[in-house]
Design a protein around this ligand. Structure first.
Ligand SMILES: [Zn+2]
Length: 402
């Protein structure tokens, strides 16, 4: 088995070859030659070189299509990536193979406000556990997602509103030191969007939005198959779009932000208020039982037929829908995926978001616009983070990762 860690692609053609194998492999040399529009001889030479780099290898004859049999090519079996997806209240860490199939995962509750040292120590501990479970000494690379704005090129988080103590912290370098491999850092929503693109409901979509409604709210933007980050990496920061001139104060310091109305933290706040004001017997009971309420408790109250909880979800979905309607007019996506923990509130929320988005957008833009819930759950972040680093490892040295 090839476990050489030499590997990074040396040329753009090798990088494309590896991406084809990652997304659709194994493929025959003939298929690769067709897809890349080069000769089989060229493919054979590149595959040879990738073999020496420990990145790809030949795995035997392809099924006969008449005439001379082609040879099947696959990624090297020893390639392992780590995906670390850190949210505001919990994290998922996993190990994947070269095609990003998840081999082992761990999830753990963890408050991002504990600061980078404590949170990253937990992430590294989980990563080492999963690596050990998979018998991996050193992974080929690791991808990391954090719930706030990231300077993608420097690998640091920048003024993250819900992450006190993380501003300017060298997350990428810290994880790289901890695992002894190259690391790429991005924000959690971008990571979830590319996870969805690789293995979820967005697999066939070229232009789509991934809207995460967790403690905060953000949006991953995929344009023509590629993640769009914007000039400074904060494209899609829709949680801080103002939906009302006066409103609750947001974690960012402004008032009236979408997130301050519809994020998980806002929902927990409103549920607590409803419970204390005697507007919801079910929420009051849950509050007395638990001492504090989360967005998930609203889901419990809905399942017990609580009218106030249903109203909270409607109001939240309504405001998200208003913002999405504007985004649809601006961007004309082919798909909107809704993800994040608040999607545990499920179909009541989705129905409201759909209703408002469809009502407020032009018919031409919504005629063919599915709005669906993500089905990947926690694994989406692990796959997305692994895909992020795979693109960097599979890209030729010196080129920017994407
Ligand atoms: Zn804000």
């Amino acid at each position: 088995m090839s476990t050489s860690l030499a590997g990074r692609a040396e040329t753009p053609m090798q990088a494309r070859l590896l991406a084809h194998l990652r997304d659709d492999g194994p493929l025959s040399r003939v298929q690769l030659a067709d897809r890349m529009n080069v000769s089989r001889t060229t493919i054979a030479a590149e595959v040879n070189r990738l073999g020496e780099l420990g990145l790809a290898h030949e795995v035997g004859p392809a099924a006969s299509r008449g005439g001379r049999r082609s040879t099947m090519v696959d990624l090297a079996p020893g390639i392992r990536f780590v995906g670390i997806s850190i949210g505001a209240t919990g994290m998922s860490v996993g190990v994947t193979d070269g095609r990003l199939a998840v081999l082992a995962t761990r999830t753990r509750e963890c408050d991002i406000r504990q600061g980078p040292e404590a949170v990253l120590a937990t992430a590294l501990e989980l990563a080492r556990e999963t690596l050990e479970e998979c018998g991996v000494e050193r992974p080929m690379g690791a991808g990391v997602g954090v719930p706030g704005p990231v300077d993608f090129h420097r690998g640091v988080s920048v003024s993250p509103p819900i992450m006190p103590g993380w501003d300017g912290y060298p997350v990428r370098d810290a994880v790289s030191r901890g695992l002894g491999c190259p690391v790429v850092l991005d924000n959690d929503v971008n990571v979830l969007a590319i996870g969805e693109q690789h293995a979820g409901v967005a697999r066939a979509a070229r232009d789509f939005l991934y809207v995460k409604i967790g403690t905060g709210i953000g949006c991953g933007i995929v344009v023509d198959g590629e993640l769009y980050r914007g000039v400074d990496g904060c494209a899609g920061d829709i949680g801080h779009i103002r939906v009302q001139d006066f409103g609750p104060t947001c974690a960012c310091g402004n008032t009236g932000c979408l997130e301050a109305f519809s994020g998980g933290a806002a929902l927990a706040r409103d549920a607590t208020e409803a419970a204390r004001a005697g507007r919801s017997p079910v929420l009051a009971e849950l509050l007395a039982e638990k001492g504090e309420l989360t967005a998930a408790d609203i889901g419990i109250a809905v399942s017990r037929g609580d009218a106030q909880a249903v109203q909270l979800i409607r109001d939240s979905g309504h405001r998200v829908g208003q913002v999405l309607a504007s985004l649809v007019s601006f961007f004309n996506p082919g798909l909107i995926v809704i993800g994040g923990r608040v999607t545990g509130l499920g179909h009541a929320l989705l129905a409201e978001i759909r209703g408002v988005t469809y009502r407020r957008s032009l018919p031409l833009a919504t005629g063919n616009l599915p709005i669906v819930l993500s089905e990947l759950g926690d694994e989406g972040g692990v796959i997305g983070a692994a895909r992020l680093i795979s693109s960097s490892v599979y890209a030729p040295l010196g080129s920017g990762a994407s």
